[in-house]
Design a binder for this molecule. Structure first.
Ligand SMILES: [Zn+2]
Length: 347
């Protein structure tokens, strides 16, 4: 068993499938945009902007971020910067969520959001060594009509840029099965489907997602192991979880210590559980930090961390040819890094 240094894990090539554009925004950028648009912020110093102790406070700051985003260029900027920061953390491929429900409530049109994000994505594809596609998350508390409208909107965009539909925000008090028609529309329009489920809500929300909403992935899935039969099905069908261990600690507060996280047990049982950061800007904790924390909490070897990275490729919605190319590149880079750190080749 080879143990990797922190530096090695930071440099490891990675895939990230659970990261929100808004939550990846830099505090300094939000402070700048708020000033420009005359929006009052709860903290004068950008460094104090992203301080929270739980989900409700987190969502309140999320609203502050969204109230600072008005123009297409604002959305272009946060998208591009999120990808700059992702590339710096070793991410080579990312499927990134955006959640227009928050800004639609504030009077910004979804087309404005998309125009900006699309531009940011295209600029990043030109400039940066990170491939990315976006996934539109509807806001569950905004209801069924909003979900349907978001499916229709997403379905009408370029599929190579906007690859899927998901859903986020709170789980409590939400009837997940009510979104079946919206997910059916998304499927009919050729969109991939995922949903935040079993984060601070019950495992039944994961069952609903898989059995009634036709979701191909589960975001978080923290509570999956509460249902061993469902776990077996998720293993057999290779339905990926996009797990965000530190987010569960910092935002959902469902664990007190990373070592209590079910990620290790999920992976031991054969679940295709990937590792992601969720909201790296707001948490001031990116996927490179996450890899270091996960390896430390579970005593994972370098081999296991490389496998986690490769599992991200399998769990992604990239076209098969792109997956093959990513795998070949990752294998090559794993070898180069091992050489650089004086370690034997991967077997
Ligand atoms: Zn999330």
């Amino acid at each position: 068993m080879t143990l990797a240094t922190e530096e090695h894990l930071r440099l490891l090539p990675k895939v990230e499938l659970h990261c929100h554009v808004e939550g990846a925004s830099r505090a300094s950028t939000i402070a700048d945009l708020a000033r420009r648009h005359g929006v009052a912020l709860p903290a004068d110093n950008p460094a104090d902007l992203y301080r929270f102790t739980g989900l409700n406070q987190f969502l309140a700051i999320y609203d502050v971020i969204c109230s600072s985003l008005r123009t297409a260029d604002d959305f272009r900027r946060i998208t591009y910067e999120a990808l700059e920061d992702g590339a710096a953390a070793g991410v080579r491929y990312r499927e990134m969520f955006f959640s227009p429900g928050f800004v639609i409530r504030l009077g910004v049109d979804v087309a404005t959001v998309w125009d900006g994000m699309r531009a940011g994505l295209l600029d990043a594809r030109r400039d940066l060594d990170i491939a990315c596609r976006l996934v539109l998350d509807f806001d569950k508390p905004s209801g069924v009509a909003h979900a349907e409208a978001m499916a229709e909107f997403a379905g009408a965009q370029d599929r190579d840029l906007l690859i899927g539909m998901g859903a986020d925000s709170v789980e409590r008090g939400i009837d997940h099965r009510a979104f079946a028609a919206a997910f059916e529309s998304a499927a009919r329009l050729g969109l991939h489907r995922t949903i935040h489920a079993g984060e601070d809500g019950p495992v039944d929300n994961i069952a609903a997602a898989v059995h009634e909403l036709g979701c191909e992935r589960i975001d978080h899935g923290f509570r999956l192991l509460d249902d061993p039969v469902l776990t077996g099905e998720i293993v057999d069908r290779r339905i990926p979880l996009t797990v965000c261990p530190t987010s569960n600690l910092m935002i959902a507060n469902v664990i007190a210590d990373l070592a209590e996280h079910p990620l290790a047990e999920q992976r031991r049982l054969g679940v295709l559980a990937t590792v992601n950061s969720d909201d790296p800007g707001m948490m001031q904790f990116d996927i490179a930090d996450e890899y270091v924390a996960v390896a430390d909490a579970f005593g994972y070897s370098l081999e296991e961390m490389e496998q986690i990275s490769l599992d991200g490729i399998e769990a992604s919605w990239a076209p098969d040819e792109e997956k093959r190319a990513l795998r070949a590149r990752f294998e090559r880079e794993f070898g180069e890094l091992r050489g650089r750190f004086g370690l034997s080749a991967r077997v």
